[in-house]
Design a protein around this ligand. Structure first.
Ligand code: SF4
Length: 402
């Protein structure tokens, strides 16, 4: 079994197909969203800040911004994709610089806690046998004077989550499991997120019971991933940021034809097929509605004149008026009680999955004991079952569809 990580599991939860592309087929993409690109560079600068501090060097804000600008210039290229319309490289560069300035102003002189590691890799088992291994990279691990270990995470997102969301976050809580294993005599752990665009911090603590539940849920999720055979795509607003979109069967055709000039678009085989299907489906729906109206008119006509057969030019219409028994469907209240009666009477296998139409048939066939029929019928309600059968000349009514 592979070593899992929060982001690996999150990818599966967001879109199983993306998970397959990335982790099973191991398709590597040079392409990167601008958000991920700038997030990586902001992380790099904050890492430098704390790494240098450990060697007693306090960078000025200008030094950090210079380092950020140099790294940006070196790494920027056509592989960085801007999705949002109207945004430029400059907009994102400035946004990243603002994140660094905010953090610097908020925490200078950065002596709130002692750094134990930056970009620190944790790898740990979730179970006693070591079958379910999890790994992750912590942005910064630090220890306060009161002995509490802090797990820091930098967020460059443009939205600030509610406290509740931080309290339910899986990633840092998983890291806590790894930290407590690494330092078993730790006096406590605090999870801290820095929303650097807002100069805001979120903090959260987890109890032993919550961590136990998290272990269990994560193991169950890993089992689900391991047993998945069909990795279906899940379309969402996030698809525009997915590096596999050009390969994705949910987007390949729409994306390839929507950019075509109108004449070429209309000539595309897929477009023509989809148009024909949509047109036929619409016509069918219109016809079904019309047929329903005509059926009602035929029944009313037959009732008014007390007729059971109506003659047309090339066909006759057979009309059956009456009632039928209807039994509780799968989601209806009396369903479980009805199933019990049938199971107790040993009749369950005859209709296996309770198929109410098959049940009505079995009763009509009158092969069951009278007491059982009476008991089952207690669950039935009478519903109108008027039917109209079209019979073309030369065919029996039974040969025709309703
Ligand atoms: S484009 Fe969307 S549906 Fe396709 S793999 Fe990516 S996330 Fe999944």
């Amino acid at each position: 079994m592979p070593v899992y990580s929060h982001s690996r599991l999150e990818t599966f939860e967001t879109c199983p197909l993306k998970y397959k592309f990335r982790y099973i087929d191991e398709i590597k993409k040079a392409e990167q969203s601008v958000e991920a690109f700038l997030g990586g560079l902001v992380h790099e600068v904050l890492r430098k800040l704390y790494d240098d501090l450990q060697l007693e060097k306090l960078n000025t804000m200008d030094e950090l911004l210079e380092s950020y600008a140099a790294n940006w210039k070196k790494a920027w290229g056509p592989h960085v994709r801007i999705v949002r319309a109207g945004m430029t490289e400059r907009n994102y560069f400035d946004y990243g610089a603002k994140c660094i300035r905010n953090y610097y102003e908020q925490y200078r002189p950065f002596r709130q806690s002692q750094t134990l590691g930056t970009e620190a890799r944790l790898i740990f088992p979730l179970d006693g046998e070591g079958k379910y291994q999890v790994q992750g990279y912590v942005d910064r691990i630090a220890r306060r004077d009161d002995g509490i270990i802090e797990i820091h995470d930098y967020k460059t997102s443009r939205s600030l989550p509610a406290q509740q969301k931080s309290d339910g976050d899986r990633q840092l809580a998983l890291y806590q499991i790894g930290i407590e294993r690494q330092w078993p005599d730790t006096r406590g752990v605090e999870l801290i997120w820095h929303y650097v665009a807002f100069k805001e911090t979120r903090r959260s603590r987890r109890t032993a019971a919550q961590l136990l539940e998290l272990r269990q849920q994560t193991i169950e999720l890993i089992d689900r991933v391991e047993h998945t055979k069909q990795f279906e795509g899940r379309r969402s607003a996030l698809c525009d940021w997915c590096e596999y979109k050009p390969d994705c069967p949910l987007w390949r055709h729409p994306d390839s034809v929507l950019a075509l000039p109108p004449a070429q678009f209309k000539a595309d085989d897929g477009v023509r097929l989809a148009d024909e299907y949509a047109k036929t489906k619409y016509e069918l729906h219109t016809l079904e509605l019309r047929l329903e109206q005509l059926k009602e008119q035929v029944i009313a006509f037959a009732q008014q004149r007390n007729l059971r057969v109506i003659q047309g030019s090339g066909a006759q219409i057979y009309v059956r008026l009456g009632e039928a028994e209807k039994f509780p469907g799968k989601r209806e209240e009396l369903r479980a009680a009805l199933e019990n009666v049938l199971k107790k009477a040993g009749k369950w296998e005859e209709i296996s999955e309770l198929d109410t139409a098959a049940l009505a048939h079995a009763l009509e066939a009158a092969k069951w004991p009278a007491e059982l029929v009476a008991e089952v019928r207690r669950f039935a309600t009478q519903v109108a079952r008027d039917s109209v059968t079209l019979r073309r000349a030369g065919k029996s009514a039974e040969d025709e569809a309703e």
